[in-house]
Design a protein around this ligand. Structure first.
Ligand code: NAD
Ligand code: UDX
Length: 455
């Protein structure tokens, strides 16, 4: 089949490459000229395991190409995916500017029947808005052309995006016409281990499903983060609680890990957008509001503990931060908990040396305002002279460091383990002070915490 994918970011690029791998002829369209020029040379704009090989192979085979020419790209595909960003607007709603711009391009340049597939995460009712924009562009051209609009939200996770796309748990297609549904069933058939994994529904339900899924996951983590605060207060270990709770099959083991807060390009903006949608319709969700508030507090937790230990004035102190990406396996630093921590430490006058195996270049590019952040060439260089080490992202290479070398490098052997990577007793036996999240050992924080942590 001939496919066009508008947007060559995490979702669009993975979609384009995986569809080409299955033998389709795919054009990836992006407004970012530098990104397209790089992709034409098989240079990856993002880090995603397996993606570079997939793109290079399909470029070489002539099944995949990239373009900035909207007219040519839209004309190419009989199925046109929209996979552009939907960031948060000021009021927390999803900003649909890029989605509607993509819809305009489709209406302006389409020349025959198209199935327009919205893969971006969008509020309920967006399929109708996309349909309206395309119809209005066609009207202006005095063109009468048939098209369908389908909602097909994407559930891939960064760091595992290619695998997730190649063998999805489920594919959701929200459509109300048979022709479009048939084309999407054919397109997705090679990816499905079982036909039942393609769930069909109306477009509005598909749009809501995506938000509900992300919000449910974020809510679970926020709940466990609250349990962690309580565990610290009462002397319980949230890691043992997690295992005990997760072994109930009705609850399951996933997304129960307490830590220094959730981030990324999806959870924060999607929970906000869903909360906003509810308020707009008079069904404000107390759970969603709390999910967000708990996470804001959690992302302040490490900084608050440092302040509790070292005092509010951190001038003359030096801290090492391991992990800048919002989670391991990606170079994405959007809404990363590391940023909240580093900003607070720098604002209090501390020196901060950060290290991340993959995300340092994207952090430097995205955070030009954090000019005080020093980027270290390796984890031990970051720790040199540090009053404490703060582990923010659970990269594999942080799991079993050389603690002797670390202790020798640091000014004080203190580890704030923001992802509960280490066994507290073992690390203490090696001569470190260890402060985890909910390990029952952190000194009671809420009493002495800065105002916002007590909120
Ligand atoms: P991204 O920011 O990585 O990429 C978006 C790309 O679209 C950019 O390269 C941008 O230049 C391009 N673009 C913007 N407007 C355009 C236009 N009018 N025409 C052509 N190109 C245009 O975004 P992303 O992370 O891939 O997310 C895309 C959508 O998918 C969002 O709605 C997001 O919520 C959703 N989503 C993301 C993930 C994820 O893990 N990143 C997972 C599931 C769903
Ligand atoms: C998420 C959804 O999982 C995915 O289905 C959707 O398509 C896009 O949004 P992603 O943002 O890539 O994917 O990351 P995810 O693995 O979900 O992690 C999100 C955040 O939650 C990270 O900051 C991670 O550190 C945190 N997290 C995750 C926890 O704090 N505890 C957990 O148990 C799991």
């Amino acid at each position: 089949m001939k496919i066009t994918v508008i947007g060559a970011g995490y979702v669009g690029l993975v979609t384009a490459a995986c569809l080409a791998e299955m033998g389709n002829s795919v054009v990836g369209l992006d407004v970012d000229e530098a990104r397209v020029a790089g992709l034409q040379r098989a240079e990856m704009p993002i880090h995603e395991p397996g993606l570079a090989d997939l793109v290079a192979r399909n470029l070489a085979a002539g099944r995949l190409r990239f373009d900035t020419d909207a007219a040519a790209a839209v004309a190419h595909g009989s199925i046109v995916f929209i996979a552009v960003g939907t960031p948060s607007a000021e009021d927390g709603s999803a900003d649909l500017r890029h989605v509607l711009a993509a819809a305009s391009s489709i209406g302006r340049y389409m020349n025959d029947y198209k199935v327009v597939v919205n893969k971006s995460t969008v509020p309920v009712g967006s399929a109708e808005r996309v349909r309206g924009v395309i119809a209005s562009e066609l009207h202006q051209r005095a063109a009468v052309l048939p098209f369908s609009v389908v909602s097909n939200p994407e559930f891939l996770k960064e760091g595992a995006a290619v695998d997730d796309f190649m063998s999805p748990d489920r594919v959701i297609v929200g459509a109300d016409d048979d022709r479009a549904m048939y084309m999407l069933r054919s397109l997705y058939a090679p990816f499905l281990r079982n036909r039942d994994r393609l769930l069909t529904m109306d477009a509005r339900s598909a749009e809501l499903t995506k938000y509900a899924a992300n919000a449910m996951l974020a809510l679970r983590i926020s709940f466990m983060n609250e349990m962690a605060l309580l565990a610290d207060a009462v002397g319980a270990d949230v890691e043992q609680v997690r295992q005990g709770v997760g072994s109930d099959p009705r609850i399951g083991t996933h997304f129960l890990y307490a830590g220094c807060g959730w981030g990324g390009s999806c959870f924060p903006k999607d929970v906000k957008a869903l909360a906003h949608l509810g308020h707009t319709h008079g069904v404000g969700s107390q759970l969603l509001d709390a999910t967000l508030a708990v996470n804001d507090r959690q992302r302040q937790l490490l900084a608050a503990r440092v302040v509790q230990r070292f005092g509010p004035d951190l001038r003359g102190r030096r801290f090492a931060v391991w992990g800048l990406a919002f989670k391991p396996g990606t170079d994405d630093v959007r809404e990363a908990p590391s940023r909240v921590l580093i900003e607070e430490l720098l604002a209090r006058g501390a020196e901060v040396a950060g290290y991340d195996p993959i995300a340092m270049a994207s952090a430097a590019a995205r955070w030009p305002d954090l000019s005080g952040l020093q980027y270290a060439p390796d984890p031990y260089a970051a720790a040199r002279g540090a009053d404490a080490l703060l582990v923010v992202t659970e990269w594999r290479e942080f799991r079993s460091p050389d603690f002797e070398r670390l202790r020798a490098a640091m000014a004080q052997p203190i580890v704030y383990d923001g992802r509960n990577l280490y066994d507290p007793a073992t690390v203490r036996a090696l001569g470190f002070e260890h402060v985890g999240i909910g390990r029952g050992t952190a000194p009671s924080l809420l009493a002495a915490a800065p105002e916002r942590l007590r909120a």
